[in-house]
Design a binder for this molecule. Sequence first.
Ligand code: FAD
Length: 293
Amino acid sequence: MSSRILPDFDLLLPQSIPEAVELLSTHRERITVMAGGTDVMVAMKFAQSPAKLPEFVMSLENVPGLGYVLFDPEKGLRIGAKATVAELLAQPDVKRHYRALWHAAQTFATGQVRNTATVLGNLLRASPAGDCSCAIYAIGGVVVLHGASGRREVDIDDFWLSYGVTARLPDELAVELILPPPAAGSRSAFKRMTRTSEDLAKLNVAVRLEMEGNTCVDARLAMGCVAPTPLRLTKTETLLKGHELTPEVLQRVAASVPWEISPIDDKRSTAEYRKQVSGVLLKRAIQDACGAA
Ligand SMILES: Cc1cc2nc3c(=O)[nH]c(=O)nc-3n(C[C@H](O)[C@H](O)[C@H](O)COP(=O)(O)OP(=O)(O)OC[C@H]3O[C@@H](n4cnc5c(N)ncnc54)[C@H](O)[C@@H]3O)c2cc1C
C-alpha cells in the first residue's frame, strides 16, 4: 500500500448480519463494505475525486460467524464472507478437491496480504485480474446475498456485470460462497503470469474438466485480464467437450483463445502479448489438470 493519507470517513461496526443489512439499507450508495480492506483502502487512497469516496465504511470485523471454510462431500465447499485467503489454504479439502482455487490462493500476493484479504472480497471487487475469482469461475458456484428483502443466491456465471460491478444490490451483504461438490473424474488447475509475485496478474487462467479416461466430457475455462470482467471461454470449451485430449485437440483449443478474448494495453502488459500467450497458458493449465505438466 502507498504512503498516501487516507481520507476521513465514519467507521461502522455492526454486530450481526441483520444490523449490517440495516446499515446498508439506510446508507445505500454512501456506504462501502470492508472485509479485509486490501482493495477498499487502496481505492480510497487513490480515489480520483471526493465524489467517489464513501461517507461510511462498514467493517465486518465484529460480525460473528463468517470466517469459516467448511467442506461436505455431498454439499460442497462453503466459504464465509470473512474467510481469508490464508484460511482457505489451511483447509486440506481445498487442496484435495478444488485444486485450481488452492493454487490461486497459494500464488496470491504475499503472506501478509493473504492473512488479510478475503476470498469473497476478491469476487466482490469484480476485478478482471482477481486470482480467486478466475479459479471460482472455472469451478462454478453461487454467491449468497442477504438484503432487506431476504436471502438470494446468484450463480457465479451471472455475478460480474462489468468492470468493478457485480449483481449485488446496494442493500445486500455477501454472506458466503458455495462451491459444488467434487464430481468423479473432475480435475482443475490454475496458472498465472505476473511481473513480480507481489503484483496482480497480467494474465490468469483456470480450468475445470470432467474426464472419462482421456475424454473430456465437460469443461469450464476461465481467463482473467483479457476483458472488463473475468471471462468464460465458452466457445473454446466446445472444442474440448466430447473429445480425447490429443495434441491436435489441444493445439486447436490453444489457437481458439485469442479469438475469444479482448485484452487491452495497461501498465502490466500489452494486448498483443496477452493474445500471444493466452492459448499457451490455457494449454498448460489443461495439461496440468490432467497431470501431464
Ligand atoms: C499489495 C496487494 C497485493 C495484491 N495481490 C493480489 C493478487 O495477487 N491477486 C488478487 O487476486 N488480488 C490481489 N490483491 C487485491 C486484493 O487483495 C484482493 O482483491 C482481495 O481478495 C480483496 O479482499 P478484501 O477482503 O481485502 O476485500 P475488501 O478490500 O474489504 O473489499 C473488496 C471489495 O468487495 C466489497 N466487499 C467485500 N466483502 C463484502 C461483502 N461481504 N459484501 C459486500 N461487499 C463486500 C468491498 O466493498 C469492496 O468493493 C492485492 C492487493 C494488494 C493491496
